[in-house]
Write a protein that binds this ligand. Structure first.
Ligand SMILES: O=C(O)CCC(=O)C(=O)O
Length: 242
């Protein structure tokens, strides 16, 4: 990260990294996700949760080595570690598609239910949204309140209407291959897709290692997959934890 990025991350709580994924990788990632959606059918996403009208997939770390470079990408981990310190774990690795002409406005939320402020180790949570299609105002690009990671309150504590437009909100538009990384304490939410195309993304959620992870907020890695992973991936997935 350069100085400008560090300042933006500290003050606004988010960064948009451009062109992280090549065209070929995008084609391969989308194809893998579509195959999984076809195979998993109605059960897709069940390991974490089902979201009405939205196509989700969960536990992607178990579903192909193609996803390793998503959750262990050096540029993204640098940002995640800046936010939370060096001891980080991947909690969820999900796909989320807002299908054409569907989806509802999501309530504002943070990606942590724990303390809403920084302690001596750092913040609790950090999220990377990998855009697999262009993100536009019309197709449901994520909304986010810059600086809200410093509000020291969850949206449900600070807002009367979690669905309303926040006066300071921005809608983060980007191109397929860009990655939005934000402090998990930032107030954010998904939006509806009013176009005829898909709005697909992979959401990588990281939590600090000492923050308790609910059972549906961790990857359940079977031994045969664990055996194929490098040390960094094992650590990120908490496989070396007691
Ligand atoms: O897909 C998005 O734009 C945001 C999704 C989100 O915030 C969530 O799934 O918790």
């Amino acid at each position: 990260m350069n100085d400008k990025q560090i300042t933006q991350l500290e003050l606004d709580g988010y960064l948009l990294l451009k062109n992280v994924v090549s065209t070929t990788e995008l084609i391969n990632l989308r194809a893998r996700l579509e195959k999984l959606w076809e195979e998993e059918g109605q059960a897709a996403g069940i390991e974490n949760y089902i979201e009405p009208d939205i196509r989700r997939l969960a536990n992607l770390a178990n579903k192909g080595n193609i996803f390793i470079k998503i959750y262990s990408h050096a540029d993204i981990l640098e940002i995640v570690e800046f936010v939370m310190g060096p001891e980080i774990r991947l909690s969820m690795l999900n796909a989320r598609d807002v299908p054409p002409q569907t989806g509802a406005i999501m309530p504002y939320h943070c990606d942590t239910d724990n303390a809403t402020k920084q302690d001596e180790l750092g913040f609790n949570a950090c999220t990377a949204i990998w855009m697999l299609d262009d993100f536009t105002v019309e197709n449901g690009a994520t909304r986010l309140v810059p600086g809200s990671h410093l509000f020291e309150a969850l949206p449900k504590e600070g807002l009367q209407d979690l669905y309303a437009v926040h006066p300071k909100e921005i809608i983060v538009e980007g191109q397929a291959g860009d990655v939005l990384v934000f402090n998990g304490h930032c107030w954010h939410a998904g939006r509806p897709n009013n176009t005829d195309g898909h709005r697909r993304a992979i959401l990588a959620h990281y939590l600090r290692a000492d923050i308790p992870h609910a059972d549906n907020r961790r990857q359940h890695i079977p031994p045969e997959i664990a055996a194929s992973l490098g040390e960094q991936e094992k650590e990120l997935l908490g496989l070396n934890d007691q």
